[in-house]
Design a protein around this ligand. Structure first.
Ligand code: ADP
Length: 517
């Protein structure tokens, strides 16, 4: 084999090694170093370097070969004032630069060849090969180096594409992970590839636990009858291209926490129409469902609560009107008293409903004036005293209790609601204490009873509209669950807060604060 043939063969071998390395490795520094090594060998040089142009317009060494140390300053003369156009590319004063580098590196560099790295018509870097002997680089050497430079440019492009892809993937992962809606990505067999944080919270499965599981195990969507829809009516079984099926139901975590969700599935197909992934978007509709339930409950409770007094009023009124009967004075007075009581009850209920709608629409306005709370509480207590024989109502205020700036009428409602509850929920009777103390910058007021008390688990929800503690007594007593909601709105409107201390069978003490002026 003649020398030229052997030379060409070696060059081909090197380029082949490089392209294999490029497909096998994705880290740019090691690929660039391999290219440089082979180029130096091919050109029978002793050293070389590849520098890439950074976004800031400066060249930085990314691979070097044959130098004892690689300090950035060492190569500086070869990396400054490099022409950025690559037509007739030539570095001015190349030999003077070479001398500078040779002197500071402490090696006798005699010859140098420099070539630009061009990618898509843009200069992206520069490569140099050095010789320590005097033989100048030939046109053929330049030709050979240029094919290595092309390989280096391709390696840079691959690495850039890979980095861009990796960054894009990270960005997408972050978006999916941080969306408030739950997201699940499944393969064509409906096995979970990933779920995001929101869905992990809803299902109680971590993304690691969920990976590889069939989706019906993790989602296990149940309808209101408790039937597992994923098993009986999975919408993904017969998917057609245009479909974006939607299902609604409840997901229950292992700890029992339930979330009502609406799931929309989007199938993803490849160019040949084969199903590749199914993406599920899981929207939490618990609040919406609760609002619906509340509306339904509102209508049933209200209609029931309105019907009872209306029926009583109508019954007594039509009985009194009967022309064929003579009623004695006592019966007439008694009937009229019931009519009056039931009318008051109706008026209170209607008032509460109006107030509740004002609170919810944000139009509750307080009319502030100086109010003597002990006097106001005494008035309320007097009104209730005549209504109950079973309960003893007492007042407990220190004599120097200061007047407060408050909405008198609304505070009267708060006391009325709390005292009427204290009576309602202590059917065996007992003492009801109404009082207050001054603590620092606020007054703390209370209404306590010795009634049935409230389990701890129910206490946090008492102040929600339409909430009633479910018990047989609760169901027997009149009420729509608005009283405490109104109390809370009025107290908070004054800048105070309201809470309850209670235990079943131990009575309840409702407390609220009002700021002193
Ligand atoms: P309502 O009395 O109309 O049901 P409220 O909002 O006033 O509505 O009270 C909500 C629920 O809180 C009541 O249904 C009852 O279960 C409970 N509750 C309120 N006050 C007391 C109390 N003093 N003792 C025991 N339970 C109470």
């Amino acid at each position: 084999m003649c020398y030229v043939e052997e030379y060409l063969l070696r060059q081909r071998d090197y380029l082949l090694t490089i392209s294999r390395a490029m497909t096998a490795r994705l880290d740019l520094p090691s690929v660039l170093r391999l290219i440089l090594e082979k180029a130096v060998e091919m050109l029978r040089g002793e050293a070389g370097l590849i520098a890439l142009l950074g976004r800031d317009g400066a060249f930085r060494v990314r691979a070097s070969y044959g130098f004892p140390a690689r300090t950035p300053q060492l190569f500086a003369p070869l990396l400054t004032d490099i022409p950025l156009t690559h037509t007739h590319w030539q570095i001015p004063d190349l030999y003077a630069r070479l001398q500078l580098v040779a002197a500071s590196a402490g090696i006798s560099l005699r010859q140098v060849v420099g070539l630009p790295l061009i990618l898509e018509d843009r200069l992206i870097g520069v490569t140099y090969v050095f010789r320590t002997r005097d033989t100048a680089f030939s046109a053929n050497d330049r030709q050979v180096l240029s094919s290595f430079a092309d390989q280096a440019a391709i390696a840079v492009r691959n690495a850039t594409l890979y980095q861009r892809l990796a960054a894009e993937t990270r960005r997408l992962d972050a978006i999916i992970d941080n969306t408030a809606d739950g997201v699940l990505i499944m393969d064509a067999q409906c096995r979970i590839q990933t779920i995001n944080r929101a869905l992990a919270e809803i299902t109680g499965w971590t993304p690691e636990q969920a990976r590889g599981q069939p989706c019906q195990r993790v989602i296990a969507l149940r309808n209101q009858q408790g039937i597992n829809i994923c098993e009986t009516a999975c919408p993904l079984r017969a998917l057609s291209t245009a479909d974006k099926p939607q299902v609604e139901g409840d997901i229950t975590r292992p700890d029992g926490h339930r979330t009502s969700v609406s799931i929309t599935y989007s199938p993803l197909y490849d160019d040949e129409g084969t199903l590749v992934n199914v993406i599920g978007s899981v929207h939490d509709v618990t609040r919406f469902r609760e609002a619906e339930e509340m509306k339904a409950m509102f209508i049933s409770v209200i209609s029931h609560e309105l019907k009872t007094p209306v029926a009583l009023i109508k019954g007594y009124a039509s009985t009194l009107r009967r022309e064929d009967a003579q009623w004695d004075q006592d019966t007439v007075l008694e009937s009229l008293a019931i009519i009056e009581e039931e009318s008051d009850h109706l008026a209170r209920l209607i008032n509460n409903l109006l107030e509740a709608s004002r609170i919810q629409s944000g139009t509750l306005k307080l009319e502030m004036s100086d109010v003597s709370i002990p006097r106001l509480a005494a008035k309320a207590v007097d009104r209730f005293r005549v209504q109950t024989a079973k309960h003893e109502l007492t007042l407990d205020f220190p004599p120097d209790f200061p007047p407060l700036l408050a909405d008198e009428e609304r505070l009267q409602e708060v006391f009325s609601n709390l005292i009427s509850n204290a009576i309602k929920y202590s059917p065996q009777g007992g003492t009801i204490r109404v009082g207050g103390r001054v603590h620092g910058d606020h007054a703390e007021l209370f209404v306590s009873d010795e009634g049935r008390g409230i389990p701890l688990a129910n206490q946090s929800r008492l102040f929600e509209p339409f909430y009633r503690v479910d018990s047989s007594l609760g169901r027997r007593t009149q009420g729509v669950g608005l009283g405490l909601f109104l109390c809370k709105a009025v107290v908070e409107g004054h800048g105070g807060r309201i809470w309850v201390d209670s235990a079943p069978g131990k009575g309840s003490t409702f407390r609220f604060t009002l700021p002193l002026r």
